[in-house]
Design a protein. Structure first.
Length: 162
């Protein structure tokens, strides 16, 4: 089993949680690094140390970028990519609040190209629902559900294209 873990807590607040990730490295697909709904305004040494420990354990680290369902300008999202790359050496990016409809594909193609051009070897898109099929060609990972296990089990069947 491999898990993508969204880690949205500061290492100084919960160092044990970060250490648990390092110890769980063989079970992890990666960790989503979210400092302040993005990379923040300056490098944070505590996060840099946490990322170094994950990298030593061979854990993939993805920088969190909010796309506001396609409303956030591509240049601002790309700026997040650059900060994550330069400050934390991330392996790729996790785009959150992705618009799932076909009309958003053009915007997300542009963001995908920007992410790859900035060193994003791994790209995850999170629409939180099954998006239009074209999104599957853009990312390495699509997050198609957000919620608890019971809700997931009761959810309608996934579209046939998945």
């Amino acid at each position: 089993m491999t898990l993508l873990v969204p880690m949205y807590v500061h290492p100084a607040v919960n160092p044990d949680a970060w250490q648990a990730l390092v110890l769980s490295a063989p079970l992890l697909y990666g960790v989503v690094l979210n400092i302040d709904d993005g990379p923040g305004t300056a490098p944070d040494p505590a996060f840099a140390d946490a990322v170094r420990a994950l990298r030593v354990a061979d854990v993939r680290v993805l920088g969190y970028a909010d796309t506001d369902y396609g409303r956030r300008p591509a240049r601002l999202v790309a700026q997040d990519f650059e900060r994550y790359r330069d400050w934390y050496g991330t392996d790729g990016f996790f785009l959150d609040q992705v618009a799932p409809d076909p009309a958003g594909l053009r915007h997300y193609r542009r963001l995908t190209r920007a992410a790859r051009a900035r060193g994003g070897r791994t790209l995850a898109l999170n629409p939180g629902v099954h998006p239009a099929p074209g999104y599957a060609t853009l990312a390495d990972l699509l997050v198609t559900f957000e919620g608890d296990w019971d809700t997931y089990r009761a959810a309608p069947a996934a579209p046939s294209w998945t």
